[in-house]
Design a protein. Structure first.
Length: 224
């Protein structure tokens, strides 16, 4: 009877640990493409830059990034006039992906990255003296908000980097929601992510350990 009770307690405790809500993720952000950021990620670029009025080539995904809308494969300066210059960005003439007509785009990530980011510039050619208010929300694999990066971005050569690393053990980045709060569309470039498989979280390890104890206790009860 005592052995059965111990087994029941362990199983209950294991279930409790595995269903505990996760604490807020810890993270770091990157305001510029530092060496630490670029060397720890894979550069998936921004398409092939082949878009023209007569051949409007588009993408719905690139590497581990899947887009909620088709993105036009444009190039700076051929079909997207300006960008920014290093060290604010990686290149002043990148290929870019333009979400024409969309003020918000969601990027869904495969490969369970812990680091992801991109450069962004709004399309405010009609009002070149203004800045657009941009919000980029990073969500973990459980669709819980990690952090939102907010910045005012100049649409005439003012592209900026939006990048984040989730430093929580066992956590990954599941999606990114980009919103132009100034109701403008925008382009993104230099999409980057890492492919490192994160280590299991502390709670997961504790839960698995307790589950192992439950199995041992059960076997001893059966063999007694």
């Amino acid at each position: 009877m005592q052995k059965t009770s111990i087994f029941t307690v362990i199983v209950f405790a294991t279930s409790l640990v595995l269903t505990l809500p996760a604490h807020a993720d810890s993270f770091v952000t990157f305001a510029t493409p530092t060496t630490a950021y670029t060397t720890s990620t894979v550069d998936y670029g921004g398409g092939d830059g082949s878009w023209t009025m007569s051949t409007p080539s588009t993408l719905t995904s690139l590497g581990p990034f899947a887009f909620s809308t088709s993105m036009e494969e444009r190039a700076v300066p051929a079909t997207w006039t300006q960008w920014n210059t290093p060290p604010a960005v990686e290149s002043s003439t990148p290929n870019v992906l333009f979400g024409a007509g969309f003020t918000s785009v969601t990027l869904t990530l495969a490969l369970s990255p812990t680091i992801a980011g991109f450069e962004l510039e709004p399309d405010n050619n009609a009002t070149p003296s203004t800045f657009d208010s941009i919000s980029v929300a990073f969500f973990n694999e459980d669709s819980m908000l990690i952090d939102t990066i907010n910045a005012n971005v100049f649409g005439q050569g003012g592209a900026l980097l939006f990048a984040l690393e989730d430093t929580t053990p066992g956590a990954t980045i599941g999606s990114i929601v980009i919103t132009d709060n100034s109701d403008d569309d925008f382009s993104i470039a230099q999409l980057r992510a890492n492919t490192t498989t994160p280590e299991p979280g502390t709670l997961s390890l504790l839960g698995l350990g307790m589950l192992g104890l439950a199995v041992l206790a059960y076997r001893k009860t059966v063999n007694a």
